[in-house]
Structures are given as C-alpha cells and as structure tokens.
Design a protein around this ligand. Structure first.
Ligand SMILES: [Zn+2]
Length: 205
C-alpha cells in the first residue's frame, strides 16, 4: 500500500506540471483550432454581416396609424427590399412616428431617417393608393424630396401621378439616392440639410 503510494507521492509535482503543460498544449491547440474554425465559418458571413452593420436601422412607430399600420409595414418592406444602406423596422426608440388625420398625407422631416408622417384621409377618400402614399411619405423620411413629374413610375411624384397609380416602389434612381444618403458621404450629408422640412401630398406647403 505504502509502496504503491510512494511513487505516486513522488510523482505529483512533475506529473501535475506535465499535465498542466500538456493541458496548456491541448488548450492552445484547441484555441488555435477554434480560431481557425471561427475564421473559416465567419469569413463567408463577413460580407453579409458587413452589409447589416453598415445599414442603419430606422425604427418607426405605427401604433398610432390605426388601420393604415399595415400599409406602413408594407411600405417598410418595400423600402427594405429596394435599398441596402438603411432598414426600416417597427420598434423603439422610434425616430419616425406615424399618425392619421383627416387632412392630406404629409411628412415633417427633422433629419435623415427622422420625423413624423401623417396618413391623411383626404387622399385616401380621393382614391389614392394607401401603400403608395405610405411608401412615398417614408421616402421623405429617407431623404427624398417631392418630384412632381406626373409619372407613376416615380414614387416621389406623389399626387402628380394619376389617382389610378398603384406603384408603391421607388424607381432605381430614387433607391440609389436613398442608398447614397445613408452611405454617409460628405456630399450626401450636406444634401440632407436641404431635405429637412415639410412635404404635403397635395403639393401645398
Ligand atoms: Zn411628398
């Protein structure tokens, strides 16, 4: 018994040290392997992650939008599918609040990705497309001014397009403009200052 214990009591320090260094070695290898694995698994995702990191999230509050909330959720989805540098998401803290009243739809823009939007019954009653209005007004929040071209293919033509216009998608130039603004270039930042203000669906200020 004692003979059996003696070698064991002789061993411990070296043995423990050996085990420690072996453990360190194993841990080191494990860390290296994990790092390698991590690098490998993360690398393909970096491109996608970079996009989402670069994209700014603009939170909106449609809880006061009543029956039009769905139109604004749809409008947010349309913008999210059209641009890559900004994401519109329902949530808080919201920099965009959506209201409803009996007037013309309008947007009060306080900054890029910030302001207030009113869904106005006046345009809805005249037959203008609800989702087009919602997407258009969010377009102001995203930095686009009105461009009354009369073309249905232009989202920011607003009420200058025929009442029958159902297009709720920004055209390529409009989407590119929003992406440029949210890319945060100096020129785009200067342009944002000019964007702040009030926009009314009817064109009246
Ligand atoms: Zn407008």
């Amino acid at each position: 018994m004692a003979g059996a214990l003696a070698p064991r009591s002789c061993l411990p320090k070296e043995f423990v040290m050996l085990r420690r260094s072996a453990l360190r070695g194993v841990l080191g290898m494990l860390a290296a392997v994990l790092a390698a694995l991590g690098t490998q698994t993360v690398t393909p995702g970096v491109a996608a992650a970079d996009v989402s990191v670069a994209a700014r999230t603009v939170y909106y509050d449609a809880s006061r939008a009543g029956e039009f909330a769905t139109n604004f959720h749809q409008a947010a989805q349309i913008w999210n599918s059209s641009v890559r540098n900004v994401r519109l998401q329902a949530g808080s803290p919201a920099s965009v609040t959506i209201y409803v009243d009996s007037g013309w739809p309008r947007a009060q823009v306080t900054g890029l990705g910030a302001g207030r939007v009113w869904m106005g019954w006046q345009a809805v009653n005249q037959g203008y497309d609800r989702t087009r209005i919602a997407t258009h007004e969010l377009g102001h929040i995203l930095g686009l001014p009105d461009r009354r071209t009369g073309l249905c293919s232009d989202l920011m033509s607003g009420s200058s397009a025929p009442v029958s216009c159902r297009n709720a998608y920004p055209n390529a130039a409009e989407a590119a403009r929003v992406d440029a603004l949210f890319a945060g270039t100096a020129a785009a930042s200067r342009a944002v200052t000019a964007v702040a203000g009030g926009y009314t669906w009817s064109g009246a200020r």
